[in-house]
Design a protein around this ligand. Structure first.
Ligand SMILES: C[S@@+](CC[C@H](N)C(=O)[O-])C[C@H]1O[C@@H](n2cnc3c(N)ncnc32)[C@H](O)[C@@H]1O
Length: 230
């Protein structure tokens, strides 16, 4: 299946590449970090979770193992084919309207920083549309040095390297970031457009979309628990 690449986003390397430039093969190989622990600590036990931009299920699978019921949404059918144990929905997040509410809506992987403010509004509107009145929206945002500590790389003991090679301004407050993934048998790149937001700008963007910060979940304020206003 081929879907159009999003403007300013692209990926290189073997196998399927998503419209935002992610290589499906890379995401099948990358281990999950501490995301499931952060989410599980903030979400009520056994909650229904709407996971937006699930990819191959890197976070989905550990969340299911922890007793959550997950509906995984992604616009890449090739990513969703690898998800196990969750209902999957192939759709752009900003167009999603399931007519259902969830205890938790999850918008991770810094998607809230997407360069186009209209798309960001669409993502946050989807969060609001699908969160129960007493539910929560969990958002992962960029850390403070994301664009200044560049280039940076992480050499993983399992034999691969993830490198943020560059982050360049492209106008209107948007930056183009290039990530590189080096494995012994292959190399992939992803170039994507993001809009860095200070804490204040992020909070304004939420408010504009009918959400507000309930609390920051991690010391670096990259994980946020938000709730519907009113
Ligand atoms: C960086 S990957 C992260 C995947 C997963 N959250 C993880 O941590 O492994 C981003 C994923 O979100 C999907 N995605 C990005 N923007 C999207 C959008 N607007 N609508 C639907 N899916 C989107 C991509 O197809 C990709 O699978």
């Amino acid at each position: 299946m081929s879907i159009q690449t999003r403007e300013g986003f692209q990926g290189t390397g073997p196998g399927a590449i998503t419209p935002d430039g992610c290589a499906v093969e890379v995401y099948t190989r990358l281990p999950v970090g501490d995301e499931p622990e952060v989410i599980a600590a903030a979400a009520p036990a056994g909650a229904s979770i709407l996971e937006l931009g699930s990819g191959v299920g890197r976070m989905t699978h550990p969340l299911i193992e922890r007793g959550f019921t997950v509906t995984a949404v992604d616009e890449s059918a090739e990513m969703l084919e690898r998800v196990r144990g969750a209902r999957t929905i192939c759709s752009p997040i900003e167009e999603l309207d399931l007519g259902e509410k969830f205890d938790v809506v999850l918008l991770a992987s810094f998607l809230v920083h997407t360069g186009d403010p209209e798309v960001r509004r669409g993502l946050l509107a989807t969060c609001l549309r699908h969160v129960a009145d007493d539910g929560i929206v969990l958002i992962q945002r960029e850390g403070e040095n994301y664009h200044t500590d560049v280039p940076r790389e992480r050499v993983d003991a399992r034999g691969f390297t993830v490198r943020i090679a560059s982050s360049e301004p492209v106008g209107d407050g948007v930056r183009s970031v290039r990530a590189e993934y080096h494995f012994p048998d292959g190399e992939w790149t992803q170039t994507f457009r993001v809009r860095p937001m200070t804490k204040e700008q992020f909070e304004e963007a939420l408010e504009e979309s009918g959400l507000k910060v309930d609390r920051y979940l991690t010391e670096d304020r990259t994980w946020v628990r938000a709730v519907p206003v009113g």
